[in-house]
Design a protein around this ligand. Structure first.
Ligand SMILES: [Zn+2]
Length: 219
């Protein structure tokens, strides 16, 4: 009972205090008993507050690529992007509704380019680094002449999730079998995390539904 009260107090404390000190869009909390998920909740910070923080954030993608290079999960991907001279920039991709896209046949860049939605320029570098990991994985499979498919998409999401798990702000506390995970949330990257934790069939089904919704192939 004591452990439960401590966890509950921590839960409430974090939900109300963390968003005010860390510039994040939201906080995701997960309560686990062993590996069994007991409760999960995401506290989203009000849009107006998030926007006022946005004006002073303005990330640059070169910085995000450097950050990606500093991670265990993303080092080789960032190295690949540099070796192949893949350009990264903010802009509108041909497909709307996606965070980013890899364009192999970009003019003026023989390695192709990764275009990130301008809306994401207000996101911290750690959020962008994970998104870049996803797109560089696509660039790599394109470079290896691997057919783009839902299966490739799943691999890209897994690379994204690995980097996001390394970079996202937060922590995990454990009391016996009870564990509380508190991490910043980023819808795009949390979805990648969900895909990486889901069963293969469920993940593939979700990706195929996304394709249908967007009316596209792999992004
Ligand atoms: Zn993709």
């Amino acid at each position: 009972l004591r452990a439960k009260s401590i966890i509950l107090l921590l839960f409430l404390f974090i939900a109300f205090s963390v968003p005010s000190v860390v510039p994040v869009d939201g906080v995701s909390l997960r309560l686990l008993w062993g590996s069994h998920l007991l409760a999960e909740n995401i506290f989203v910070i009000s849009k107006s507050r998030a926007e006022s923080q946005d004006t002073r954030l303005q990330s640059d993608l070169g910085e995000s690529l450097t950050l990606l290079e500093s991670t265990r999960g993303g080092r080789s991907l960032a190295g690949y992007a540099r070796d192949k001279r893949i350009a990264v920039r903010f802009g509108f991709a041909a497909t709307s509704g996606v965070a980013a896209a890899f364009v192999p046949e970009a003019s003026g860049s023989n390695g192709g380019e990764i275009i990130v939605e301008p809306d994401y320029s207000s996101q911290p570098s750690r959020v962008l680094a994970a998104i870049l990991a996803h797109e560089i994985t696509h660039a790599k499979s394109y470079g290896n002449w691997t057919e783009l498919s839902a299966r490739q998409e799943m691999i890209a999401y897994k690379a994204q999730a690995r980097v996001w798990q390394e970079l996202r702000a937060g922590f995990r506390v454990k009391i016996g079998a009870l564990a509380l995970e508190v991490f910043e949330s980023s819808p795009e990257n949390d979805y990648a995390l969900w895909i990486s934790r889901a069963g293969k069939r469920q993940a593939l089904r979700s990706i195929e539904l996304d394709y249908r919704r967007l009316g596209v192939g792999p992004t």
